[in-house]
Ligand binder design. Structure first.
Ligand code: IZC
Ligand code: ZN
Length: 423
């Protein structure tokens, strides 16, 4: 067979981790350990898409390498699908490093919020910020993420809390998507906190969300998902159900900040509403785990947040996996509870604190993360036809990535067939 001429070829990878075969539905339970590992692997790319994947010898037989083909020798290296970060609060102004002392002294996250700080502090800064400042900050953070292997990320609004400011944030997300390589999936999180203007009338803010903000955001085509911070003292289960039902009627897909700090039945609600993902789940109930395990709702765990909040209790990842849930991992990058935008850092924490095995962690930041944002047909695995998003790590095995926690081992990032980091 005379092969097709390819634009780019990565060859001789010590370990090529394809995570292939999971595009139709998320990998759950035991399947999470199946990562499609190929030794001495190669990937051939044409027109930004993957053309062939397999052992180097086999791929070389099927494709033609011409003078214009970029050939990367990945001997001694690990190649993974571009990492997918399915939960970030990417767009915000300012920072909240002053919360460190409060947290060390034991002031709780919800207490800081109740005092008018936390999210509300970032809301003040983000409302005051101009678009260009938000874009400049977003570009900087996305550059950091890309340099650590993230090629697709979800990005939420939620620091505006007025229609105009939420629209401003989502327009910034759209602009960011055009100005740099990381693909972005926009989520409307108008229900992130009750804004100060509605402090004494939280129900009035829920009315505003449902009657005005959601329809306007949908009309403008600015969001794919709707998310709610369902938490004690923030939005109740009843309010959350009302907001999500309206969002679903308007055609948005659903996500939910569920059972992060207090067990409210967030996981059960996410499954009931047919949410694409339920996120956090540190305090998920037994029944919540059972329902997640029987649903297609992806459990997105955010262990860097627990680490940064200095909480002793992490999400029960092992129990979720053992019961058959589909687990993904995300950074939760935000200025308060997780100023961490490195998925490799999250992966290192996931092994040690969630007791997830390295292979499960790989699935959780690739194909399952892609399912959590409705992108599994396009990214999250190395398979013919998918976007050619690849990361080459200076590591001899995939386990080494989690083992060497704290050092950026990314050597090269390829996005849609183009080298965007390293060489
Ligand atoms: O700014 O604190 N948990 N939302 C829900 C956050 C954390 C972001 C923040
Ligand atoms: Zn969040």
């Amino acid at each position: 067979m005379t092969g097709e001429k390819v634009d780019l070829l990565v060859r001789n990878a010590a370990e090529l981790v394809t995570v292939a075969g999971g595009s139709a539905r998320p990998r759950r339970g035991r399947e999470m350990a199946e990562i499609g590992l190929i030794e001495d692997g190669a990937v051939a790319v044409k027109d930004g898409r993957i053309l062939a994947v397999g052992r180097t010898a086999g791929v070389m037989e099927r494709v033609k390498v011409g003078e214009s083909t970029t050939v990367i020798d990945a001997s001694g290296k690990v190649v993974l699908p571009g990492l997918v970060d399915p939960h970030t609060h990417l767009v915000f102004a300012g920072s909240r490093e002053y919360e460190l002392e409060m947290k060390i002294e034991g002031v709780g996250y919800l207490e800081i919020l109740a005092r008018g700080g936390g999210i509300l502090d970032t809301v003040r800064a983000t409302r005051a910020a101009g678009r260009e400042d938000l874009i400049a900050a977003g570009l900087k953070y996305l550059g950091e993420m890309l340099a650590q292997g993230t090629t697709t990320a979800e990005a939420k609004s939620g620091y505006g809390l007025t229609l105009a400011d939420e629209v401003k944030m989502l327009e910034v997300v759209r602009e960011l998507a055009q100005r740099q390589p990381v693909d972005l999936v926009p989520t409307f999180l108008g229900a992130h906190a009750v804004p100060p203007e509605y402090r004494d009338d939280p129900g009035g803010y829920v009315d505003l969300l449902v009657e005005e903000m959601l329809p306007a955001v949908v009309r403008a085509g600015l969001a794919e998902f709707c998310d709610v911070f369902c938490e004690e003292g923030v939005f109740s289960v009843e309010q959350t159900r009302r907001i999500l039902a309206r969002a679903r009627d308007l055609g948005l897909k659903l996500k939910l900040h569920a059972d992060e700090i207090v067990s409210l039945g967030g996981a059960e609600l996410a499954v009931e509403m047919g949410a694409t993902s339920a996120d956090h789940l540190v305090h998920v109930s037994e029944e919540g785990i059972r329902r997640l395990a029987r649903s297609n709702t992806v459990a997105v765990l955010l262990p860097a947040t627990t680490f940064c909040l200095m909480g002793g209790q992490y999400a029960p990842a092992r129990e979720m996996i053992e019961q058959g849930a589909a687990v993904a991992l995300a950074s939760d990058f935000n200025p308060g509870s997780s100023p961490v935008n490195s998925l490799p850092a999250v992966m290192g924490i996931a092994c040690r604190q969630l007791k997830m095995k390295p292979a499960e962690v790989i699935t959780a930041v690739t194909i399952n993360a892609a399912h959590a944002i409705g992108r599994a047909a396009e990214v999250g695995s190395l398979e013919p036809g998918k976007k050619a998003d690849l990361v080459i790590f200076d590591a001899p095995s995939y386990r080494y990535l989690m083992y060497r926690f704290g050092t950026n081992l990314v050597q090269t990032v390829i996005k849609s067939g183009k080298i965007v980091v390293g060489g």
